[in-house]
Write a protein that binds this ligand. Structure first.
Ligand code: DGY
Length: 420
């Protein structure tokens, strides 16, 4: 049994007034994709608060459309690196990269769930131009070559920070040589977090962005870390489809043709990411121009993005059956057969329930209802085994890992697991 009162209590206690922290201490600010998932959770019991979450996030949007991955609404000494390290010149102190663009989808879902009430329509009307600017930023500044596949310049932008898929591209990034004190290790056991070598390189990339003023042209030609991340590509595609539908409903027809061009470009480019041998899609390293042959849950998200053909979906479904069977708790974020699989280390193996939701949703869209039900059952099993809402769950033991009282996991329970 999952405890929905406890899920609601987590959102309330992580509410800092207009924005919800992922968890206290470890992540004391507003995170972009967390916040979109969290808004869906709020929407199940407090619609006004859900829209407030969205408004606060978009208050931090840059003039060029970038929606930062972190908004540092207030000071906190429980997190490093803070806004001074990023050095952004923004209205609300922020980071200089974005995160998987879930917002248009979340807003479309909230509108739908509120049965397009007048209040919800007014919120969408105000947010729609900002959503458009957000998506245009991705297509314009992160795909200068109009390839259909947007680029990413920091593992934190992908959201899957220490995914084994990033090992090779990150290895060529220099390490910073200055001393710093990590704060995450004061909250979470070291073995569940990225390594010091990874942190040194994350910081180098922040400095690189700062020295280059996050300029798209400079980043796309000289960033030492430059990848096509399927999490972003898939979510962007799915969310842009929702954005087209919102534009139709709200009379913004003039914005649609350009979005349709982008959607078609991405669909056409996806065949280049498919691997027949792996039976899934693969992230790409843009520096070396090679596929990143690591099966992580990002490889499955094109199902959520509605970017797979029927034949590809059927191969992925058989892969997912094996993937589910390969660890006691599923879906492991890295395929358990990988030599880089680590069942309790952040994005190298643990189960993340918002990703499970996306994969189950994609499976349903392609008609694999039984498999989708199994992914959902596995998600409930994690919450039960750990006895609560954690950041992620050990894929062999179901133990709660990372931060506790975690907002997006509680939100997923409210808007997904509570249904049916
Ligand atoms: C962190 O600090 O671990 C975050 O993932 C950065 O977004």
């Amino acid at each position: 049994m999952i405890d929905l009162d406890a899920a609601r209590a987590i959102l309330r206690s992580n509410d800092l007034g207009g924005y919800t922290v992922p968890t206290r201490g470890l992540y004391p600010f507003q995170w972009n994709w967390d916040s979109a998932i969290i808004a869906l959770g709020w929407h199940c019991f407090d619609e006004g608060r859900a829209w407030h979450e969205a408004r606060t996030m978009f208050d931090g949007q840059w003039d060029n459309g970038l929606l930062p991955h972190i908004l540092f609404h207030s000071d906190s000494d429980s997190y490093f690196p803070g806004s001074e390290v990023w050095g952004a010149n923004s209205r609300i102190p922020s980071s200089t990269v974005s995160q998987p663009p879930v917002w248009a989808l979340a807003i479309a879902m909230m509108l739908d769930r509120s049965k397009a009430s007048a209040a919800a329509r007014a919120e969408v009307e105000a947010l729609l131009p900002k959503l458009l600017a957000h998506h245009r930023w991705w297509y314009r500044d992160r795909d200068l070559g109009k390839s259909g596949l947007v680029e990413t310049y920091h593992p934190w932008e992908s959201g899957m920070d220490n995914s084994p898929a990033w090992d090779a591209p990150l290895a060529r990034v220099p390490r910073v040589e200055w001393e710093y004190q990590r704060r995450d290790l004061g909250h979470v056991d070291e073995c569940q977090r990225p390594s010091h070598g990874e942190y040194d390189r994350y910081l180098y990339l922040i400095e690189f962005l700062k020295h280059n003023h996050a300029d798209p042209r400079r980043m796309s030609t000289s960033s030492p870390f430059r990848v096509v991340d399927l999490t972003i590509v898939s979510i962007l595609h799915r969310a842009t489809r929702e954005l087209v539908s919102l534009c139709q409903q709200f009379g913004l027809d003039s914005a649609i043709p350009d979005l349709e061009v982008q959607l078609a470009r991405t669909r056409a480019a996806m065949s280049g990411c498919w691997s027949e041998d792996h039976r899934c899609f693969l992230n790409r390293d843009k520096v070396s121009g090679t596929p990143l042959a690591e099966r992580t849950t990002a490889s499955l998200l094109p199902l959520f993005g509605l970017l797979a053909s029927e034949r590809q979906a059927s191969q992925m479904a058989s892969l997912i059956e094996e993937w589910l069977a390969a660890s006691r708790f599923s879906l492991a974020s890295t395929h358990p057969e990988s030599p880089r699989y680590e069942p309790t280390c952040y994005w190298r193996g643990p189960v993340w329930l918002h990703i499970n939701w996306m994969i189950a949703d994609g499976l349903t869209a392609y008609g694999y209802d039984d498999l989708a039900r199994e992914v959902r059952a596995q998600s409930i099993k994690c919450i039960e085994a750990a006895g609560g809402y954690f950041e992620y769950y050990g894929s062999e033991t179901g133990e709660g890992c990372g931060g506790g009282e975690f907002s997006w996991t509680a939100a997923v329970a409210l808007f997904w697991l509570a249904g049916e």
